[in-house]
Design a protein around this ligand. Structure first.
Ligand SMILES: Nc1ncnc2c1ncn2[C@@H]1O[C@H](COP(=O)(O)OP(=O)(O)OP(=O)(O)O)[C@@H](O)[C@H]1O
Ligand SMILES: [Mg+2]
Length: 244
């Protein structure tokens, strides 16, 4: 078969590649004598470029699942692999690299550094990744424009609105061009109109750059914007809907 005929098949395979594999994962927290089972034998696979929302009642394990996928915490049982690499086999150094360059995090409370302006907050992950200055400058400008904050670049977090701070946090999460973006109730501290716009911005940027995005939300109307919706309850995935 001529090589050009093979191409579409291989690119389709690449698109359908499993990027995140969660296998029989359990996680409990001990509170004195009491053990709280936060995740109960969860298994799920997410394709590269997938846009997935997670909804479910408070305490159902959404943050726990996101933290485990994001290598911010360790499983008790089971396995998680990102891009074919089992997290349990990675060294601390490899995990740091994963957290810094492969995954971008956006949290509910923004987690921006208060003493430095928007521009410097966005630059920080690139400094940690030792990106050259010229490259950092270009990327900062591109990201500030993408989130519509170029004219606010000198503002410190307390000189920005909640929505603007969250947009800086999104730009910061995208700074090292991560393959995977994890967002935990990033609209929780925003009014619904602003929250709507922020999620849509994150969806648009993720799709445009072919990133995998997992976001947790309490808002069903936002959840259905994903290609796939997971409903969690009591540490389990009860429903798994695909839009297509
Ligand atoms: N660090 C911790 N120590 C003890 N228990 C914890 C800890 N973190 C979470 N839990 C418990 O684990 C369960 C799952 O918590 P998790 O934060 O994952 O829920 P959630 O679905 O994100 O809830 P919410 O919508 O309120 O953010 C809850 O019962 C919670 O009390
Ligand atoms: Mg949570």
């Amino acid at each position: 078969m001529p090589p050009e005929k093979k191409k579409p098949r291989s690119s389709k395979r690449k698109k359908d590649k499993i990027f995140i594999k969660v296998e029989n994962v359990s996680k409990s927290y001990k509170m004195g004598e009491v053990e709280v089972k936060a995740l109960d034998e969860i298994s799920i696979s997410i394709k590269k470029g997938g846009i997935v929302s997670i909804v479910g009642p408070s305490g159902s394990g959404k943050t726990t699942l996101l933290n485990l996928i994001g290598a911010l915490d360790y499983v008790d049982k089971g396995n998680i692999a990102i891009d074919g690499q089992k997290l349990s086999t990675l060294s601390e150094k490899e995990l740091s690299y994963l957290r810094r360059e492969i995954i971008g995090y956006v949290f509910q409370n923004f987690n921006l550094l208060e003493e430095i302006n928007a521009e410097k907050n966005i630059e920080m992950p690139m400094i940690l990744a030792k990106r050259p200055k010229e490259e950092r400058k270009q990327k900062i400008e591109e990201l500030l424009k993408a989130v519509g904050l170029y004219d606010r670049r000198d503002h410190k977090p307390d000189q920005l609105s909640g929505g603007e701070q969250q947009r800086v946090a999104i730009a910061r999460a995208l700074a090292n061009d991560p393959e995977l973006i994890l967002a935990d109730e990033l609209t929780g501290n925003l009014d619904s109109d602003t929250g709507d716009k922020i999620i849509k911005l994150l969806l648009e940027l993720s799709k445009k750059n072919k990133k995998t995005l997992i976001f947790v939300t309490h808002d069903n109307e936002l959840a259905i914007l994903a290609d796939r919706q997971l409903y969690m309850n009591d540490g389990q995935i009860l429903k798994d809907f695909s839009a297509k």
